[in-house]
Design a protein around this ligand. Structure first.
Ligand SMILES: [Zn+2]
Length: 146
């Protein structure tokens, strides 16, 4: 049974929404895609013009899962500074778990906490700006945003 659906989001582009009530701590999705290096993924995205930072999920070993290649609906998860889901790495795989109960129709969010190689200049800050409007919004999807 499908538990989530991808549709247009008021926050950004497309988003992932609950189709049925979810309880806290449920595993709802696996973040699928091609496992590759940051270098390869970034080069590929630059060449193909993919606007892809949100499709790359970093793993603890330094590689990434590229959701734009062989990915599933998890790649449409939007960022929020006060998310209702979290990501857990398990033997090189990424799973999305709910942090609290979620009602049908609610959008699912994760905290990207993106780490980028170069120091965040104005352009990077603009590219990764957050508009989730949560209380305490960091105004940024970057992990080290002050
Ligand atoms: Zn925010």
């Amino acid at each position: 049974m499908r538990r989530v659906i991808v549709r247009r989001s008021s926050v950004h582009g497309r988003g992932v929404f609950a189709m049925e009530p979810l309880t806290a701590g449920e595993r709802v999705l696996q973040y699928k895609g091609e496992n590759t290096s940051w270098r390869n993924a970034v080069r590929l995205h630059q060449r193909e013009g993919v606007e892809g930072h949100t499709f790359l999920f970093g793993l603890s070993d330094g590689s990434v899962i590229d959701g734009s290649r062989g990915g599933n609906s998890a790649r449409w998860l939007n960022h929020a500074c006060a998310p209702n889901c979290e990501t857990n790495e398990d033997e090189g795989r990424i799973f999305i778990h709910t942090l609290r109960a979620i009602e049908p129709g609610e959008e699912l969010f994760i905290d990207y906490s993106l780490a980028i190689d170069e120091p965040a200049d104005d352009e990077a800050r603009a590219q990764y700006a957050c508009r989730c409007s949560a209380a305490g919004c960091r105004q940024s999807m970057l992990a080290d945003a002050a």
